[in-house]
Design a protein around this ligand. Sequence first.
Ligand code: FAD
Length: 303
Amino acid sequence: MTTDNYDVIVIGAGVTGLSATIELLGHGLRVANIESQLFGGLIININELDGAIQGSGIDFASDLMMQASRTGATILSEMVTGLVAQPNKQLLLTTDQHSYQTKAVIIATGATLKALNVPGETAFEYKGISHCADCDGPLYQDAEVVVVGGGDSAFQEALVLTEFCHQVHLIHHHESPTAQSHLTEAVTQHEKILVHSSCEVVEIFGTTGVEGVQVKHLADQTTCHIPCTGLFAYIGLKPSSDFLPDDIERDKDGHIITSTKLMTSMQNVFAAGAVRQGYGGMLEHAIQEAKVAAQQCLLFLSR
Ligand SMILES: Cc1cc2nc3c(=O)[nH]c(=O)nc-3n(C[C@H](O)[C@H](O)[C@H](O)COP(=O)(O)OP(=O)(O)OC[C@H]3O[C@@H](n4cnc5c(N)ncnc54)[C@H](O)[C@@H]3O)c2cc1C
């Protein structure tokens, strides 16, 4: 294991991490960005972004990646596994391949889709259970599928699936959904989407692949069976923060708690984007937070 030195290390090459990396460059600093998977994070498979930033997710992320590489960031393909504050005010960051000394860190590790945690979910992963409507939608041509969730992502993905599927069941446990009104309107008016409110998927079953789901009606606890060959769950996000030490304060769900200046409870460590408690949820918020975290880092390093 070798040890390299940087002024700032940004963990994660999603929109937050890439935007922070770009913001930090051009100040004569040694900046590294460390990403464990492909760059782009959660938006990589979204063909049509909704909100202030439009276009395809991969195009948007690729532009950011190009800017980050062109402006001289060191981009490392490694998984960060630990972070320790050292007595000399430096931080020791370890990955699955190396260790690094750095003066400051920005954590931009985002989040992953939450699992339903119901019987059948593990057995049918990639055998009917999918996490990407744009990528896997064509596999469900004229099929009947289930989308689970009441927020923007579920509603957005259900609409994508109508391009391929014959029937989309949208199941959520609220009385009324939390998705934005333009998405709710588009979904409720769509002839291919059937919304099941106040309901929960309690089991996924099948033989070699998904054949249906058992659904519980929360009002009277009765259950029913919905046949389907595909299931897409968007019931919220789990922050990617398990690798961090206890010194970095988190809420009960694992979101990092920060000050208004995006400082964490560990000195010289900042957090921004979907990994953070209080994150706004949209790409424009990711970019704003990345700027704030990078500027705070620069301020700290100039002292
Ligand atoms: C289905 C879906 C659809 C969405 N659609 C839209 C939309 O249309 N418009 C919009 O504005 N927003 C949308 N969002 C929200 C948007 O995707 C997020 O707000 C944004 O992508 C968060 O960016 P991030 O960089 O903070 O996190 P992420 O995108 O999660 O990126 C974090 C990165 O960190 C990496 N990482 C994690 N742990 C480690 C580690 N230990 N070591 C190294 N790297 C690590 C991950 O691999 C990942 O690449 C959508 C979200 C979902 C789930």
